[in-house]
Structures are given as C-alpha cells and as structure tokens.
Design a protein around this ligand. Structure first.
Ligand code: AMP
Ligand code: GLY
Length: 425
C-alpha cells in the first residue's frame, strides 16, 4: 500500500517511523516532510493547500491512504477533496474538524449532548464579553474562537487580566480567530490527554498522555505548543477511561453523526480530572505534538492497519495494544522560542543520543549540505521508554545531554508529576 503523509513536525516524523515498520507498506511519500521523515519517505514538493494538486499526485503515484497530521489542512477541507476523489484519507472532514476549528461549535455540541465541560458563553463584541466576565468574576478563562496556534487561551487569575485578554482578542491579536470569543468557567484538577481513533461510527481508545504546555520548569512561563509529554497518563485509570468514553466521547460521536458530520480520524480530548470525573477542556482533531511521539513508541500494533481501518469505517474489527513501558519525550527548542526562535544554528550528536536506545524525532530541522540546522521553534523531540516514567525520563535526558546544539534549550523536568507519584510508591 502506498501512503502519503502530510506534515513536517515531530508528530509526522513519529508517524513516518511507525508507518515504515508496517508490513503493508509499499512506498511512503511525505509532503512537505523534514530531514528525519526523509529517512523513511520520498519527499515531494507538493503544495498541500492546492487540493487538486494533492489529488492528482495521489492518482499519479497510486496512493491508497493519505494520513493528514496537522489541523490546518483538515480545517481547510483537504480530507473532503480526497474523499470526493475516492482516495481513502485518515482525518476528519472540514465540518467535523470544527471540533478543533471553533471552540464555540464544540461548546454548543457539549450543551446539546450534555457533555461535562465548563459553563460558558460566546460573544462577538467586547462590552458584552466584559460584562459577563465581571458578573462571573476571576479566575476565568478567555478563548479566541478559532485556530490561534495554541496561543488563543488566557487563563485569567484576575478580572483585570480577563478584561485585557478580551480587549486583545477583539483588537485583532489573533486575526479572524478572535472575531468571536468564548468566556469559560475556570476548571481545576489534573489535566490529561485522551486519544481515540474514529471512523464516523466507532471510537477506539488510543492511549493517554500528559503534556507540558508551559515554557519553563515547574510549569511556569508562557504557553507553547508543548515542551514535552509522557504516556500513559497515570491519572487516567481504566474506570476513568470508561467514564470518558461514556460521558464525553460516545455522545460526541452521536452528536456529530446527528448533524451530518460523522467524525473520523483522531479525536484528542483535553480533559480536566477532579473527584467528580473528567470534564472536557477542548478537542483537537489530530494527534498531539509531541504526544504522538510517545504514543508511537508504546504502540505494539501495526499503525497502518489501524489508520486504514479508521479511514475505511472498519474500526469495530480491530484493536490497539500497548507496551507496559512508559515513554517520555523532551522537546528541544531554538533559543528565543516561542516569540522569536533563532534559525540556522548547527546541531550534531544525534547518533550518540540514540546510542542508549532513545529515538530523536525531528521537528523544525533542515539540512544545509551535510550539516543539520535548526529551522523553527520546536526542533527536536528526544524520546525514550522505560519501565516507568522515572526511567524513561532518565534515559531521555541522557540522550539530550549527548546532543551538541549550542542554540537550543529544553525543560529539565518533563514528567515531574509522574516521577513524584512514582517516588511515593
Ligand atoms: P487549549 O488551547 O484550549 O488547550 O488551552 C490551553 C490550556 O489552557 C489548557 O491546556 C489548560 O491548561 C488551560 N485551560 C483551558 N481551558 C481551561 C479552563 N476552562 N479551566 C482551566 N484551565 C483551562
Ligand atoms: N501538545 C499539544 C497539542 O498538540 O495541541
């Protein structure tokens, strides 16, 4: 089976690495890819925003499955164009991708289907949003409705912060994404990420993870796309997974089918867990990055069998099995990330880093001749497994320390909650 993988991040490198292990694979093509993905795939210079060009490429190269990594092409309707052309695709339609593309859409679905989540209201102007925030009081959460690359959410601990965030959204800080604002109840508890593969009818639980969104050690500093992650998430017990399927995922699948937008692809639920159980913070319609990296390391089964089953509506007939090991990934980012990452700094020592069994996934890298260089914000994902999170963490940082990259940095405490929990046992 020939496969086209769309994307260029660490998430897609991890998918390429795992897809390359499939006995079903013919040729793997990738667009736009990166130097890590190029080890397993033929890189093609396709403009993925040009849907006709993608369809033509798939026909020319006999692609039997397209795997779409990031959210932007999904929200832009690439999966719809492929489906219309009769090409199997892993990823939701544009309409179903609204679960990530519009926070207001998701909140309204939660209200209709009685899915546990924070109380909220949607606004299209600042005065009304501010009046509601004042009436509710802090802490309170302000969200730009649309896609804002993970930066559209302000967890405001004071009313002043909330009012400033509302002002900022309506003044255009997030462009069109901020033309509508959701003001939401502050939820407390422990966060976890829960993944399902979906085929429009069936949702198959596909692992748990915890990520670290803040830039600095101790979960401080600005939000980022994610500075590291580990799997499984210890807070997600089998009972909580059942409760999440029953109260959140299954009603979502029913609700999406009911509006004529059955969901297929990865449903990634960001959850807040407290003593009453899980509440939905947000949905993403793709694998997390870097959560995908740790999931791929732990997945025992042939990922292509599972992705194909999801694309073809056959998920009821497959299952996913996981290693008992924990996996942990440390994101190495370019100095200046997230505001102004410095590009072009040389990186070496990746072979040494992988000598202890760790796997280094590339995100924003580029080859300049033979020299690997930084080419973006999040650059490398140093990923390792171990009997528990403590061991996986030690192995990942041993690998980090073998990498020679003066222009990069990472957090030194990825996995701290799980490590603390394990120390108590
Ligand atoms: P999001 O971009 O929706 O993932 O939000 C980014 C982060 O903001 C989440 O991972 C949470 O840590 C936090 N967050 C979002 N919504 C809430 C909420 N209602 N209560 C508390 N924290 C939240
Ligand atoms: N790591 C968070 C995300 O992929 O949204």
């Amino acid at each position: 089976m020939n496969v086209l993988l769309i994307g260029s991040g660490g998430r897609e490198h991890a998918l390429a690495w795992k897809i390359a292990q499939s006995t079903m694979l013919g040729t793997l093509h990738a667009a736009p890819g990166n130097p890590g993905i190029a080890e397993y795939a033929t890189i093609t210079a396709l403009d993925v925003a040009d849907h006709d060009a993608v369809v033509a490429f798939c026909r020319d190269t006999s692609i039997e499955l397209v795997v779409i990594g990031p959210e932007a092409p999904l929200v832009a309707g690439l999966a719809d164009a492929l489906t219309q052309a009769g090409i199997p695709v892993f990823g939701p339609s544009a309409q179903a991708a609204q679960l990530e593309g519009s926070k207001g859409f998701t909140k309204d679905l939660c209200a209709r289907e009685n899915i546990p989540t924070g109380a909220y209201q949607r606004f299209n102007n600042a005065p009304k949003a501010k009046a509601y925030a004042r009436a509710q009081g802090a802490p309170i959460v302000i969200k730009a409705d649309g896609l804002a690359a993970g930066k559209g959410v302000t967890v405001a601990m004071t009313l002043e912060e909330a009012l400033a965030a509302i002002e900022e959204c309506f003044e255009g800080a997030f462009g069109e994404a901020g033309a509508e604002v959701v003001v939401e109840e502050f939820l407390s508890g422990e966060e976890a990420s829960f993944f399902c593969l979906c085929d429009g009818k069936t949702a198959l639980p596909f692992g748990t993870a915890q990520d670290h969104k803040r830039l600095g050690d101790g979960d401080t500093g600005p939000n980022t796309g994610g500075m590291g992650a580990y799997s499984p998430a210890p807070v997600m017990t089998p009972e909580l997974i059942d409760q999440t399927m029953r109260e959140i995922i299954e009603p979502t699948m029913r609700g999406m089918a009911a509006i004529g937008a059955p969901f297929s692809g990865v449903l990634y639920a960001g959850l807040m867990i407290d003593e009453t159980g899980p509440r939905l913070i947000e949905y993403n319609v793709r694998f997390g990055d870097p959560e995908c990296q740790v999931l791929m390391l732990r997945l025992k089964d042939d990922v292509l069998v599972l992705l194909k089953a999801a694309a073809e509506g056959e998920l009821a007939h497959v299952s996913a099995r996981w290693k008992d090991d924990a996996a942990l990934t440390v994101v190495m980012a370019a100095e200046g990330y997230p505001a102004t990452p410095r590009k072009g700094t040389p990186i070496s020592g990746l072979d040494a880093a992988e000598a202890n069994g760790a796997k280094v996934f590339h995100a924003g890298t580029v080859l300049d001749g033979d020299q690997l260089k930084a080419n973006g914000g999040r650059v490398l994902n140093v990923t390792a497994q171990g009997a528990d999170v403590t061991q996986a963490q030690a192995k990942a940082y041993e690998a980090v320390d073998a990498i020679d990259w003066a222009g990069g940095f990472c957090r030194r405490d990825i996995g701290w909650q799980a490590v603390a929990r394990e120390a108590k046992k």
